[in-house]
Design a protein around this ligand. Structure first.
Ligand SMILES: [Zn+2]
Length: 262
């Protein structure tokens, strides 16, 4: 009887031990996300932004010049009176950037297009000098100010929908929708514009369409109303109409402005 009892107990102990080891491994894989700053990072301080960099100093100065030069315009556009303590961390290696955002697990996913992000008001960026990413020097540099908009957006509203958040970042910085967008791609459905998945967002052409949505709202209702939407996330409060009507208006706007070549 004693032996028969001890076997399940022993099995339970082994399972518990395995669970503990697993929890420790998962915790360890997230350890890099605890510190956005890597050892020995130096800083460049502007009025609106502080840039931290590793060894690539000339590149950091180049990104700093762009970010510092654009900061006031972006902050003012988003309704801020003064500096908001935005910090930008530039990592020489893309792998360092990715593990600071998502932990060691990111390295298994081989996301060579993933070069910049934000965590609240911290902007995390791969150095434009890093080769082997899916983007060129200039593209990564422009991503710096795109991510800066996300940092400001995180102060404006805690859970800003992806569609609005990306639309604002694209419209205010590096968005470049082709003039034949409407005639060459499927327009996302109203339900699709609610997605919280970055992958679905990319697949449905979100990086072009979200830009045109903010452009439509700005041209039709004015920038103040767009800012109200960013802060309240409430189309009724911002534009006095519901999302379905806005969606229909946007489709007309696309037909008119993005049908080149039809
Ligand atoms: Zn973005």
């Amino acid at each position: 009887m004693i032996e028969r009892k001890s076997t399940p107990k022993r099995a339970l102990r082994i399972v518990l031990l395995a669970v503990c080891v697993l929890i420790l491994l998962v915790a360890a894989s997230f350890a890099p996300t605890l510190f956005v700053k890597t050892g020995g990072m130096k800083e460049l301080k502007g009025r609106y932004i502080t840039v931290y960099y590793e060894k690539e100093e000339a590149v950091a100065r180049d990104v700093f010049a762009l970010a510092d030069g654009q900061s006031e315009r972006i902050a003012k556009a988003l309704g801020f009176e003064g500096p908001q303590d935005i910090r930008m961390y530039i990592y020489d290696r893309q792998s360092t950037f990715q593990t600071r955002k998502y932990g060691l697990i990111a390295l298994l996913l081989n996301l060579n297009w993933y070069i910049g992000d934000n965590r609240g008001r911290d902007v995390l960026l791969t150095s434009p000098a890093e080769s082997g990413t899916a983007h060129g020097y200039e593209e990564i540099k422009q991503a710096a100010i795109h991510e800066m908009v996300h940092a400001y957006n995180s102060i404006l509203s805690k859970r800003m929908p992806l569609w609005i958040n990306e639309g604002l970042a694209l419209y205010l910085t590096n968005g470049d929708p082709p003039r034949n967008l409407y005639s060459t791609s499927n327009v996302p459905s109203l339900a699709q514009t609610h997605t919280a998945s970055p992958l679905e967002f990319a697949n449905m052409g979100g990086y072009h369409f979200a830009h045109t949505y903010i452009e439509y709202l700005d041209q039709t209702f004015g920038w103040e109303a767009v800012l109200t939407l960013a802060k309240t996330k409430d189309p009724q409060a911002a534009f006095g109409m519901d999302e379905t009507r806005l969606y229909e208006g946007w489709i007309d706007f696309l037909k008119e402005n993005y049908s080149a070549g039809m």
